[in-house]
Write a protein that binds this ligand. Structure first.
Ligand SMILES: *Cc1c(COP(=O)(O)O)cnc(C)c1O
Length: 493
């Protein structure tokens, strides 16, 4: 199946590209994104046929239905990486926490956050295509804390790939920083930036767009790509687990085929919930997608009013930092599906130029047929974390935002799956603050130990090992020097 462009074609780029092309060169005409030309229908027959399938089998069948131009063995090799998750047969368990509430635990991979669900197989596939084409790629990643570790882990020592990862110095948790600076692949460069996540992200975007930088790389025979969720190579793996949610509830006898469920997704760049939107479009009986936000409530405002307005808004730093965002990239793909390329181009240009776009009433209603949204603050999250642990379930601050949606947005009491996007170990000081009801600035190491001993919570070995690991990347630089450092890294390796 081919991929088309969300903002239409500029007459220079090819109007349709293969899956490989779309993931190697993820930026489409006019700054748009690639989306599948059509979605396969995988409804009753497909779902009932997979009721006894394990995660990898479901994944394989869905990828096959997309008819992507990747060899069967390469797909299988990529999916085998799920064997490295905590439980090879069940990499992302769906567990009941109460009544009709289920948690889809997406954090059982090597870096303890949901980014592994897609980046693990994506890394394998990208490197195999690069090798097959005999091309070398530099992958850029800017991270607020979870994408960086997951990207470094998946591309470590992969052939034909180098990675430069930018993180805001002081802007991540200790665990997240150590996961990056202790990685030891020859092909990896990790740079701390004096600035915040927006600075790191803008630096990345300007490098991706810079002709002089591309020329510089070209001299060394290197092409440029990106590992964030504008890349459809990540999104395709994020469709699969929404099928898995429904199949799990069928398996567990919680629904019969056709009965609808709610999905609640803690959202930032809208990549996770976009996968749910595609799954619903393909045939999974999902009543509605409930979008949870923190105090950066741009998505809530957009879905509730049809107006996306970032004028005079400043990013707030919250205790669920992976959801701290103003410009959410993947809403563009939903807009394209609902209203077409012309409208998408118009909206995105307005957003870039004026900081706002407004949909008509009919357009807003069409959006609200599919999505509902609500936001909550850190104090609410702390209460949720505490009350769930009182009942024996430990969750992270991103997952906690889902409860507001569960409580307020459901029109019917039907089975509801909330997505748990990170393990508590990545945000242990925040979790301990919630449990102790204090504001003490705990070090990650102390908070991890206290929580694991007091509440008998499991600490994965990979997290324990971080505190005695060798630091391989200690460079912290000014924004102005990013390009220079990356070029130096390329030349030296
Ligand atoms: C990335 C991330 C999110 C947001 O996911 P999007 O796909 O960007 O909406 C939520 N929680 C955690 C822990 C994350 O790492």
């Amino acid at each position: 199946m081919n991929f088309i462009e969300t903002r239409g074609n500029d007459g220079v780029k090819s109007p349709e590209v293969s899956f490989s092309e779309a993931i190697l060169n993820p930026s489409a005409s006019f700054g748009g994104l690639y989306v599948p030309k059509e979605l396969p229908t995988l409804d009753e027959n497909f779902i009932l046929n997979h009721i006894n399938a394990d995660y990898k089998e479901i994944a394989y069948s869905i990828l096959k239905a997309f008819q992507i131009d990747i060899d069967e063995e390469e797909i299988k090799k990529a999916l085998d990486l799920y064997d490295n998750f905590d439980n090879a047969g069940d990499p992302c368990p769906v567990v009941r926490v109460k009544d009709d509430l289920f948690v889809h635990e997406q954090y059982h991979g090597p870096t303890r956050a949901f980014k592994d669900m897609a980046l693990q197989p994506f890394g394998s596939i990208l490197s195999s295509i690069a090798k097959k084409r005999d091309e070398k790629y530099l992958i850029l990643a800017a991270t607020s804390g979870d994408t960086g570790p997951a990207a470094l882990n998946t591309f470590k020592n992969k052939e034909n790939i180098q990675v430069a990862c930018l993180y805001p110095e002081g802007g991540t948790s200790d665990v997240q920083r150590l996961q990056m600076v202790c990685e030891d692949g020859e092909n990896l460069k990790v740079l701390g930036i004096k600035g915040n996540f927006d600075d790191a992200q803008s630096a990345l975007k300007s490098l991706l767009a810079s002709e002089s930088f591309k020329e510089e790389l070209k001299n060394d025979g290197i092409k440029l790509s990106a590992a964030n969720s504008v890349n459809f190579g990540r999104i395709i793996f994020q469709i699969i687990y929404h099928f898995h949610s429904y199949i799990e509830l069928l398996k567990q006898g919680e629904v019969e085929y056709g009965e609808e469920i709610y999905l609640v997704v803690p959202s930032g760049n809208f990549g996770n919930v976009l996968g749910g939107f595609y799954a619903k479009s393909m045939g999974v009986p999902i009543k509605k997608l409930l979008v949870a936000s923190n105090e950066n409530k741009i998505l809530t405002e957009w879905i509730n009013t049809g107006v996306y307005d970032i004028r005079d808004k400043e990013l707030k730093l919250t205790k669920s930092p992976a959801m701290d965002i103003l410009k959410s990239s993947n809403i563009e793909r939903v807009i394209f599906s609902l209203y077409g390329a012309e409208r998408t181009k118009e909206f995105m240009e307005n957003l870039n130029e004026k900081g706002i776009f407004e949909m008509t009433k009919e357009e807003t209603l069409a959006l609200q047929e599919l999505f509902s949204a609500v936001n909550s603050d850190d104090a609410y999250g702390a209460k949720v974390i505490k009350s769930f642990l009182d009942d024996g379930y430990l969750m992270d601050p991103h997952t906690a935002t889902c409860m507001k949606a569960y409580e307020e947005l459901r029109e019917e009491k039907i089975p509801t799956v909330i997505y748990s996007t990170a393990e508590w170990t990545k945000f242990s000081p925040t979790v301990l603050n919630a449990l102790n009801n204090d504001n003490i600035k705990y070090a990650d190491k102390d908070a991890l130990e206290e929580i694991s001993s007091k509440y008998k919570a499991h600490l994965p070995q990979s997290i324990k090992d971080l505190f005695s690991a060798k630091i391989n990347h200690d460079l912290v630089i000014e924004k102005e020097n990013i390009e220079k450092e990356i070029v130096k890294f390329i030349r030296e390796s």
